[in-house]
Design a protein around this ligand. Sequence first.
Ligand SMILES: CC(C)(COP(=O)(O)OP(=O)(O)OC[C@H]1O[C@@H](n2cnc3c(N)ncnc32)[C@H](O)[C@@H]1OP(=O)(O)O)[C@@H](O)C(=O)NCCC(=O)NCCS
Length: 152
Amino acid sequence: MNKETKITYVNNISVEDYNALRKSVNWINVTEKRAAIALKNSFYLCVAVCDNKPVGMARIVSDGGYTYFITDVIVHPDYQGHHIGTELIRRELDYIQKDVVAGETVMVSLMAAYHRESFYEKFGFHTRPFGNHGPGMSMWVSRDVTGNPMTF
Ligand SMILES: CC(C)(COP(=O)(O)OP(=O)(O)OC[C@H]1O[C@@H](n2cnc3c(N)ncnc32)[C@H](O)[C@@H]1OP(=O)(O)O)[C@@H](O)C(=O)NCCC(=O)NCCS
């Protein structure tokens, strides 16, 4: 990527491009059916595009009332370090801020990948644990190819 490379921002991505972006950062593949549901039900989706190809994305899932969760924050390795991630998070937070009117408070959270905390702290996120907030928790619920349930 050079200084002349033009990045535009759109609000859609195909299932194939979504999984290609995930693969580029070594994240697990999401089945076609689940990826389509996930993308369709995004509260807000922002995708960075270069030469008609998605090179970054971030999305919000939300109940639309109090809870907003930023997820799938990805910039393709060939495009990292050029502030595309910053622009994606800026647009996500801008969208939430416009949704909140005087006198309202909402919770915005995310699960930072290991050692990515400083990237998000610049926007005002607190690294947990802090105060009476414990560390975040998560797990995968899965079935192996024979249908046996697994969590990891
Ligand atoms: C994390 C990620 C989205 C950042 O995107 P990016 O476009 O490369 O980031 P930017 O160029 O906007 O960087 C913004 C700032 O964060 C810093 N930063 C970028 N990646 C960082 C990292 N991995 N750890 C700490 N700081 C980081 C940059 O140094 C930069 O600082 P500056 O403004 O002082 O120059 C990208 O590296 C990525 O997709 N990583 C793999 C997937 C991943 O971990 N996603 C996040 C899951 S929570």
